[in-house]
Design a protein around this ligand. Sequence first.
Ligand code: PXP
Length: 247
Amino acid sequence: MADRLRLGVNIDHVATLRNARGGALPDPVRAAVMAEQAGADGITAHLREDRRHIRDADIDAILQAINIPLNFEMAATDEMQRIALGHLPHAACIVPERREERTTEGGLEVAADQNRLADFIAPLRDAGIRVSLFIAADPAQIDAAHRVGAPVIELHTGAYCDHHAEGDAAARDGELARLVAGAKRAADLGLEVHMGHGLCYETVGPVACLPEVAELNIGHFLIGEAVFVGLPATIARMREAMDAARA
Ligand code: PXP
């Protein structure tokens, strides 16, 4: 079991709020610094093709402001590869991206796109960036992630969390079982396992306790909850929930 389960705080939705008015506030860089002070182990941010979350200038500003790793979420495009190589974040998480989607809805299709993805991630890895692939807990995708040379996978917890929110315990538990099996399969292949998407206080425990999981990336819930109780208190409570599950 990884000693300490890392919490990556995704600050995209501070940027979403800023962008709603087109100005400078609220500042996602301030959120990143505050998250670090509150105990985040990393900052995650997704530069989407349409720049609906962070913008290009935010990347440098975040990198300069924080002393913890930046996990740069990006689509597998030439533009994003150029940007990642220009900034050299600690980590890059490759995600599928469709312009019309509200959020990253599914996992990356690795199995059907192996050669292209292998070529795509090689220069990132050569530059020292720790590459992860955001995938469904599907054995075919996990095996393909291993084959293309990704050292890390992030398993998509969105369906598990959606079923929980809908009150469908049987479907939720089915998704959780897939995540448990997927984490084990990946760890057996030597992959580092992360998880994320849609996690909240109620859903975090059953994934935080999995010994194979090294990192959780959580954004929307934390930023939403912070509106009511503040970001430090929200992060501290999430940290407690993770630690309690791990203990
Ligand atoms: N991990 C990945 C790869 C994501 O794309 C996202 C959403 O941007 C998250 C984690 C965080 O999801 P949420 O904002 O729902 O917590």
